[in-house]
Design a protein. Sequence first.
Length: 101
Amino acid sequence: MESMEQRKLERAKKRIEELKGFYIHFAIYIIINVFILVNIYLSTDNFWKWGHFVPLAGWGIGVAFHASKTFGFNPLFGKKWEERQIQKYIEEDKKEMDKYK
């Protein structure tokens, strides 16, 4: 019983570390990109150039993937997709078994 409680505690600690890692990553993303954009705004006449937003967009994609992993969001291979695939294979097995009856 004690080992089960120990495993639960370890999983909870791991989950907290994942959440903390994401929130730190997101905070650093916001702070650094605000600094970069404010610096560009103050030092140039034409702020609205695509090149000024490349770091924001590129790093933003990384943050989005990190959030997806941390919070378990996967629109392509989510729970519904898994359930459909399982149901598909169960039905195929039933059809295969019916051939031999």
